[in-house]
Design a protein around this ligand. Structure first.
Ligand SMILES: *[C@@H]1O[C@H](CO)[C@@H](O)[C@H](O)[C@H]1NC(C)=O
Ligand SMILES: *[C@@H]1O[C@H](CO)[C@@H](O)[C@H](O)[C@H]1NC(C)=O
Ligand SMILES: *[C@@H]1O[C@H](CO)[C@@H](O)[C@H](O)[C@H]1NC(C)=O
Ligand SMILES: *[C@@H]1O[C@H](CO)[C@@H](O)[C@H](O)[C@H]1NC(C)=O
Ligand SMILES: *[C@@H]1O[C@H](CO)[C@@H](O)[C@H](O)[C@H]1NC(C)=O
Ligand SMILES: *[C@@H]1O[C@H](CO)[C@@H](O)[C@H](O)[C@H]1NC(C)=O
Ligand SMILES: *[C@@H]1O[C@H](CO)[C@@H](O)[C@H](O)[C@H]1NC(C)=O
Length: 316
């Protein structure tokens, strides 16, 4: 069904996208441009396409000719090598599921990249992968102003942790790592025809909310409480421009250690496999995908370089 609607409208990509009226959200505008009816289900499809593409790289055919390496692929940002895959594969003890220290969780336990290529979050509804991906669809949907989100079970509101700092605090992410992540989101949007003019405020918002150390507690999801949101916390991260409050961030930023027998999250409520065997298996397969996309990344076009450059500038 998803493929059908995608095929139906793919021909429109590149031509339908003119100028977004100022009274229409980015989500609503591009849902209508790419999928016609501005329904909750179509808004979720748009966010699924954008998030999945940001995570695994461009997989839909055709796109507007912009190559997206993907968050799971190793790359560089501002001259620094970046490899975010270990934060997803469970190779690092970097999640906040263990209280005072980082724990290893395999977020590729729902089939890895294959279900994402089928416009799904995972091959089940209970894996860590399913929870992470659906949270991303919901969180970014609110950031992009999806007007139908929360109006029906087709596309529910985000109800995960209100603090992005809490979720990421054991990852010790750097400016290059967060910059790479945000750039992949931007490239994904661009690959579906989102204009530079529309990407710019999104990049600025992501950088302001999550890309600065010591940023004051704030509300991101309107129905949630104010909370600390900095994802970029190591000393390469710029300090928040306004209202910086470093004392609010009480825990020292510490580099996560490798997964070992004592810091792998015990089997979750749904009994997800978290053995070393399964996490190294997924790490290997995502590594192969990463190599493929890295090779493709060597052929970056002018269009993508311009977008990436624009985003790098925004992160200053
Ligand atoms: C935006 O404004 C135009 C013209 O003022 C109007 O026709 C349209 O219905 C508005 N759209 C929304 C979503 O409010
Ligand atoms: C849009 O929604 C209306 C009403 O639900 C439906 O009749 C129509 O077929 C839909 N169009 C598309 C292109 O999905
Ligand atoms: C990704 O996009 C680039 C540029 O359009 C294209 O050359 C490449 O084939 C795409 N990759 C996939 C897997 O669709
Ligand atoms: C989902 O994918 C994982 C990893 O490939 C596999 O172990 C599992 O059996 C799959 N589950 C379903 C329901 O297909
Ligand atoms: C900074 O954070 C601390 C700890 O949460 C809080 O007590 C203090 O009021 C904050 N300072 C400002 C200026 O908001
Ligand atoms: C496993 O990691 C923990 C920190 O998460 C560390 O304290 C412990 O020494 C490590 N154990 C082994 C066997 O390396
Ligand atoms: C890129 O790196 C340089 C030197 O380390 C730094 O001054 C600059 O702020 C960085 N730019 C971005 C966008 O992170």
């Amino acid at each position: 069904m998803l493929f059908k609607s995608l095929a139906l409208t793919a021909a429109v990509v590149g031509s339908a996208v003119a100028q977004r009226p100022s009274n229409e959200s980015i989500c609503d505008y591009y849902t209508t441009a790419l999928l016609k009816n501005n329904t909750a289900a179509n808004q979720l499809t748009l966010l699924t396409l954008v998030v999945n593409t940001a995570v695994i790289g461009n997989y839909t055919t055709p796109n507007v000719g912009i190559m997206v390496p993907g968050i799971l692929a190793p790359g560089t940002f501002n001259g620094t090598d970046v490899n975010l895959a270990p934060y997803f594969s469970g190779a690092l003890a970097s999640t906040n599921t263990g209280g005072s220290s980082g724990m290893s969780v395999n977020f590729l336990d729902g089939g890895g990249a294959d279900p994402l290529k089928m416009n799904k979050p995972a091959n089940d509804t209970t894996s860590n992968q399913y929870i992470l991906l659906t949270h991303l669809y919901e969180y970014f949907g609110t950031l992009l102003g999806c007007s139908m989100q929360g109006t029906s079970s087709d596309y529910v509101a985000y109800s995960g942790d209100e603090s992005m700092y809490e979720v990421h605090k054991f990852m010790d992410l750097s400016a290059a790592e967060v910059g790479y992540f945000i750039t992949q989101v931007a490239l994904s949007g661009a690959s579906f025809g989102v204009t530079a003019e529309d990407l710019q405020p999104v990049g600025t918002a992501l950088s302001t909310l999550f890309g600065h150390r010591c940023s004051a507690a704030t509300v991101v999801i309107p129905t949630q409480q104010s909370a600390l949101q900095a994802i970029c916390i190591d000393d390469t991260c710029p300090v928040a421009v306004t209202d910086a409050n470093c004392t609010a961030y009480t825990m020292a930023a510490v580099e996560p250690v490798s997964a070992n027998s004592s810091n792998i999250a015990s089997s979750t409520a749904h009994g997800t496999a978290t053995s070393t065997g399964s996490s190294s298996a997924t790490a290997t397969s995502s590594g192969a995908a990463a190599t493929a996309t890295k090779n493709a990344a060597a052929q970056l076009g002018v269009g993508m370089a311009a977008v990436a450059g624009g985003f790098a500038a925004l992160l200053l």
